[in-house]
Design a protein around this ligand. Structure first.
Ligand SMILES: Cc1cc2nc3c(=O)[nH]c(=O)nc-3n(C[C@H](O)[C@H](O)[C@H](O)COP(=O)(O)O)c2cc1C
Length: 214
């Protein structure tokens, strides 16, 4: 995708910024996602940023009550009503954004559950994908995604633990299923090995972010 340029923008680019780490200000993925968004805003000063801290304000797990409400039964109770409203807002924010920046640590080999709960609200047939005679087709064309990934161990291609990597690969697969192809992954891994490995992994990731130029 070609992003709008800083000059001559017809419209303000909307960036959807998601974080999902439970580590607050000590989080590496939050640091990376923050810096990605800051870099994009520096390149596109008219950008608007919508921020969701999924860790501190997660959606509920999907339930039979959610399905019943979607099928027209009406929402029972304030908790479900509020949660359905949140899910609709998730979808609207994504549809209206040109760029999505996702901060995700690896938890138990995959993404944190609040990020999965977000996905459960935006991966909707007829809205973000549909089925054709040739199979499923993503409807979110012309969007760009950045994945700010952090993990304690090393799972990159070629490492012994690579077959256990279900964090970035899952997100990349899911985004592709929805039509957002080739997300940019910015990764800091091996963070639990020692302080030196951690510091240099984060420094390398920040250098990559500083080099983003579109
Ligand atoms: C609940 C939990 C599960 C984790 N599971 C894994 C894991 O499966 N593999 C791994 O390499 N690191 C794992 N870690 C370590 C985190 O991925 C690592 O600390 C990372 O830096 C967290 O990202 P953050 O700094 O953005 O919070 C886990 C951490 C927590 C809190």
């Amino acid at each position: 995708m070609t992003l709008p340029t800083t000059h001559n923008d017809d419209f303000a680019m909307q960036i959807l910024h998601l974080d999902s780490s439970i580590l607050g200000t000590a989080s590496a993925s939050r640091k990376l996602s923050f810096n990605i968004v800051a870099r994009l805003v520096a390149l596109h000063p008219d950008s608007q940023v919508i921020y969701r801290d999924l860790a501190s304000d997660p959606a509920l797990h999907l339930s039979s009550e959610h399905l019943a409400a979607w099928q027209g039964a009406g929402a029972k109770g304030d908790l479900l009503t509020e949660d359905l409203f949140k899910g609709n807002a998730y979808l609207q924010e994504l549809l209206e954004s040109q760029v999505v920046v996702i901060g995700t640590p690896m938890y138990n080999l995959t993404i944190p559950t609040p990020l999965k709960a977000w996905i459960d609200r935006i991966a909707l047939v007829g809205k973000t994908f549909h089925y054709t005679a040739d199979g499923p087709e993503g409807l979110l064309k012309n969007k760009k995604a950045y994945i700010a990934s952090s993990r304690g161990g090393i799972y990159s291609e070629g490492s012994p633990a690579a077959p256990l990597e279900h964090q970035e690969s899952y997100l990349i697969g899911l985004l592709g299923f929805l039509g957002i192809s080739e997300p940019t992954v910015i990764r800091a891994e091996g963070l639990a090995i020692n302080a030196q490995v951690k510091d240099s992994a984060i420094a390398r990731a920040l250098e990559t972010i500083a080099a983003i130029n579109e």
